[in-house]
Design a protein around this ligand. Sequence first.
Ligand SMILES: *Cc1c(COP(=O)(O)O)cnc(C)c1O
Length: 454
Amino acid sequence: MESLRITLDQSEIPTHWYNVVADLPTPPLPPLAADGEPVSPEQMGAIFPAAIIEQEMSGERWIPIPEPVREVYRLWRPSPLIRARRLEELLATPARIYYKYEGVSPAGSHKPNTAVAQAFYNQQAGIKRITTETGAGQWGCSMAFAGQMFGLDVRVYMVKVSFQQKPYRRSMMQTWGAEVFASPSPMTQTGRDLLASDPDNQGSLGIAISEAVEDAAGRADTSYALGSVLNHVALHQTIIGQEAKKQFEKVADWPDVIFAPCGGGSSFAGLAFPFIADNAAGGRNGRPTRLVAVEPTSCPTLTRGAYAYDFGDASGFTPLMKMYTLGHDFMPPGIHAGGLRYHGDSPLVSQLYHEGLIEAVAVAQLATFEAGVMFSRAEGIIPAPESNHALRAAIDEALRCKRSGEAKTILVNLTGHGHFDMAAYDRYFAGELDDFEYPAEAIRASLENLPKVG
Ligand SMILES: *Cc1c(COP(=O)(O)O)cnc(C)c1O
């Protein structure tokens, strides 16, 4: 009988991460400091350990995964690849739909793949304490869990709107021993300034990053950890795509198209980047696998942003990165896919998009919940609202296949479960959610404040 769940042995967990930089047509542009010069490793040393900085700047194709990291990965990896037979039947599509399910991790998403690696390298460097930010709470939970695995204290600045909407994510972080503050908070100068001008500021990922970086830069025993965007984060996530490739080999199938949600781009990178190497050689189906990043219409970074140098945070603490951006003071509306509310995008994902090697599409909120509910009823798993974006695009593709009669193989990145997002599902069922198309005028206004470079 055909197995729906394609599993691997623990011994088949990849031994190396894949660095897409080695296969880029042109070298990546460096991050720039405030003076317009490339950021030096010494400057990055104020907030990151040396091993992470080395990975951030590396051009090596394969980077070994340290054994203590693989050992923690073994708590939930390899993650399953599942054929969505019931969804295919429901849609009456000739397409084959598979999903790679990252919700099996302790924190319920793909994010521990990098949190565990970052905690390990910080512990090795003698760091005692990590500060970070979190939007929906997924990253904060992942870092809190990973901190416990390697004996580090963790402080999380949590975007205020999520702090209020997702109290159980905060409890999870506290259960894993982390301190959690609603951002903007009174703990940093950035937070105090913002609260002085608007005590009801709902926060944003950019603001929370500013607070965490300010905190880490002020203490020698403290590093900062970022859950997305940066090259080393994308690198650590490539375990997802490498496992998926082995799983497809087992069933002698290969994706024609991959859909992944895209906020800061790390889970997209994780699943898609390992296929770039095959695409460069023409692809295994006689054509390249299409790699599609799916974002919300309310925060349309790739599809409507500018490709420019911009800050990673709201107040300009971080280096400037060349990326697709909506402007660092862009204020996304309080949509429920908190993990997708970021003004920028991974520089590597941005470069691949700019060079036409990947695609992007934006989908509206209501249609994503419709897809998530359909998927839950067919397949059982209740997806995170972020994952619903990829599901929406995949279902639309499967319906196109139905019209054209093409039996394409579709792969979805099911980046997490939605067990802590049920308030959002409740609001969807109650008809209280809206679609929001960011007004072109507001995007133009925000892009006018891009820093001037060169
Ligand atoms: C954080 C998150 C995302 C988006 O972040 P990326 O860095 O773009 O991957 C997607 N899905 C889930 C479940 C998340 O927690």
